[in-house]
Design a binder for this molecule. Structure first.
Ligand code: ADP
Length: 458
C-alpha cells in the first residue's frame, strides 16, 4: 500500500472510529440507564400493587395469597408491621435484606420509595410501599430483586454492543480500503505520470476522469506532456537547423582559408578569398546575434518598455536612416503617416521590427520598384503596412515564413545574406507588443506585411 492511501485511510479510520465510539458510548449509557430505571420502577409498581390489595383487605388470607404468588417469581416480598418487625416473607429473609429494612427512612410517601438502586455493587435492588388504612400506617411492603438479573441483562446488552462495534469496524475497514483506492488511484497515476515526464518520457496519457479538480489536474498533466513533447521536438529541430546554418559559412571559411594560405596562391586570388572569408564571418556574426536575440525572447527575460509615441516623427527617423540603402540600388521608399497618430510601443524594439521588414522588402525586390510604409488609424487600432513590389512569396510558403530558419528560395536568399530568423523575431516582437502580424503576397506583384496595434489619434 502506498503512503497516500495509508495516510488517507488512517485519517478516515481514526475519524470514523472516534465518531462511532462516542456515539456508541452515549447510546450504551442511555439504554443502560433506561433499562435499570425500568427494572426499578417495575419492582416498585409491583410493591405498590400488593399494597393496594392489602389496603383494600388486610386479612391473613390475602397476605398468604401474596406470599404464595411472590414465592413463584424472582422477586421477593416482605411485609412488616409499622415498627419494622417482619410479619411475612415470600422466601427466606437474608441478613442483607434485614440490613436494608433496618436502614429504611422513617418518613415514606404513600407512592413508595426505591431503597436500594446500586445494582453494580449490592446483592439486591429494593423498594418500599407503606400500607395506609384510614390515615394510619398498618405496615410496610418491601420488594427485593436480586441484582444478578439486572447484571445479566446489562451484560447481554454489552455483548450486543461489542458485536455491533466489531461488525461496524470490519465494514468500516472494507469501505475505507475501497474509498481510499478510489480517491488515491488517480493521484498515484498522476504522480507516476509526472515522474515519467521528468525522466523525458512524454508519452503519458492519463485516462479522462470526472469533471472535478482531480480530473482537471489529470487533463493539465496530459496537456503538459504533449506540449513538452512538442517543445522537445522543436528544440531538436532548432538545434539541427542551427548546426546546419553554422556549418555552411564555416565550410566556406575553412575552404577559402585553406587555399589562401597556400604559398603558390596569387596575390589577387588571395585578396579575393580573404574578402569571401570576411563576408562569411560577417554573416556568422549576424546569425549569432539573431540567435542570441531569439534565446532572450524565449527565456522571456527581455522586456518591452512601452512609451506613448507620436508615430509620424518616429517613422520619419527610420525613413531617413534607411532610405539611402534603397536609393543606392535605385529603389524608392515612401512614407505615408498623418501627424496625429499615437501608439504605445517600445521605440528601440519596434524600430528593429520595421527595419527587418524594410530590409526584406529591399532584399526581395528589383531596382526601380517602390516600397511604402502606410500608417493609418481606425477605431482604436493602428495599421502599419510595409508594401513592396518585389518577387512575392508563393502561396504554399506563406504559412511557414515566420518559422525559424525558413526561407523560400534557399540558395538565393543565402546569397542575399538572409538567415531565415528575421521574420520569426519580428513576429515575436509584435506579439510582445500585444499586436498582430499578417502577410499577403502575390508572386511577381509584391508583398504586404501588416502590423495591427492599439493606437489613437489626437
Ligand atoms: P531572411 O533572413 O532569409 O530574410 P526572414 O525570416 O526575414 O529571413 O524571411 C523568411 C523568408 O521569407 C525569406 O527567406 C524570404 O524567402 C521570404 N520573404 C520575407 N520577406 C519577403 C518579402 N518582402 N518579399 C518576398 N519574400 C520575402
Amino acid at each position: 500500500m502506498n503512503k497516500i492511501s495509508f495516510k488517507i485511510g488512517l485519517l478516515f479510520f481514526i475519524s470514523i472510529f472516534l465518531l462511532e465510539s462516542i456515539s456508541m458510548f452515549f447510546l450504551h449509557n442511555n439504554i443502560l440507564h433506561s433499562r435499570v430505571h425500568d427494572e426499578l420502577s417495575a419492582l416498585q409498581t409491583r410493591g405498590n400493587n400488593h399494597r393496594e390489595i392489602l389496603e383494600a383487605s388486610f386479612h391473613e388470607e390475602t397476605i398468604k395469597h401474596i406470599a404464595l404468588m411472590e414465592s413463584r417469581t424472582d422477586t421477593q416480598v416482605i411485609l412488616t408491621n409499622p415498627n419494622g418487625a417482619i410479619y411475612m416473607s415470600s422466601n427466606k429473609v437474608t441478613s442483607e435484606m434485614k440490613r436494608i429494612i433496618k436502614s429504611s427512612p422513617k418518613k415514606i410517601p404513600h407512592e413508595g420509595l426505591i431503597l436500594e438502586e446500586d445494582w453494580q455493587h449490592e446483592e439486591y435492588i429494593a423498594s418500599i410501599s407503606p400500607i395506609q388504612i384510614n390515615g394510619k400506617i398498618n405496615g410496610y411492603i418491601y420488594m427485593f430483586q436480586k441484582t444478578q438479573k439486572v447484571k445479566e441483562l446489562i451484560s447481554g446488552l454489552n455483548h450486543h454492543f461489542i458485536l455491533a462495534g466489531v461488525m461496524s469496524l470490519i465494514f468500516m475497514f472494507i469501505i475505507i480500503i475501497f474509498l481510499t483506492r478510489f480517491v488515491t488511484h488517480p493521484v498515484i497515476q498522476m504522480s507516476e505520470a509526472t515522474k515519467r515526464i521528468s525522466k523525458g518520457d512524454f508519452s503519458v496519457s492519463l485516462p479522462t476522469l470526472a469533471k472535478d479538480e482531480i480530473g482537471e489536474l489529470g487533463e493539465s498533466i496530459n496537456i503538459l506532456a504533449s506540449e513538452l513533447e512538442l517543445l522537445k521536438n522543436e528544440r531538436n529541430e532548432f538545434l539541427a537547423s542551427i548546426s546546419h546554418e553554422l556549418r555552411t559559412p564555416l565550410t566556406y571559411i575553412k575552404g577559402y582559408a585553406e587555399i589562401a594560405r597556400r604559398p603558390d596562391t596569387k596575390h589577387d586570388d588571395r585578396e579575393n578569398y580573404l574578402s569571401i572569408i570576411f563576408e562569411e564571418a560577417e554573416k556568422l556574426s549576424i546569425l549569432v546575434k539573431e540567435l542570441f536575440n531569439l534565446a532572450k525572447m524565449d527565456e522571456n527575460n527581455f522586456s518591452i518598455e512601452k512609451e506613448t509615441i507620436l508615430l509620424a516623427p518616429y517613422f520619419q527617423g527610420i525613413y531617413e536612416k534607411i532610405s539611402p540603402a534603397f536609393n543606392e540600388i535605385n529603389m524608392e521608399l515612401v512614407l505615408n503617416c498623418s501627424n496625429n497618430i499615437y501608439a504605445e510601443i517600445d521605440p528601440i524594439r519596434f524600430e528593429q521590427v520595421i527595419l527587418n521588414l524594410l530590409d526584406n522588402a529591399r532584399k526581395y525586390s528589383e531596382p526601380f520598384t517602390e516600397v511604402a510604409i502606410d500608417v493609418i488609424e481606425n477605431a482604436g487600432e493602428v495599421s502599419i503596412k510595409v508594401k513592396d513590389q518585389g518577387k512575392g512569396i508563393p502561396e504554399e510558403d506563406l504559412p511557414r515564413i515566420f518559422e525559424r530558419f525558413y526561407r523560400v528560395d534557399k540558395s538565393r536568399t543565402r546569397a542575399l545574406g538572409g538567415s531565415g530568423l528575421g521574420l520569426s523575431i519580428v513576429k515575436q516582437l509584435v506579439e510582445a507588443h500585444g499586436g498582430t502580424l499578417q502577410v499577403t503576397s502575390t508572386t511577381e506583384i509584391g508583398t504586404v506585411f501588416e502590423i495591427i496595434l492599439k493606437g489613437w489619434t489626437r
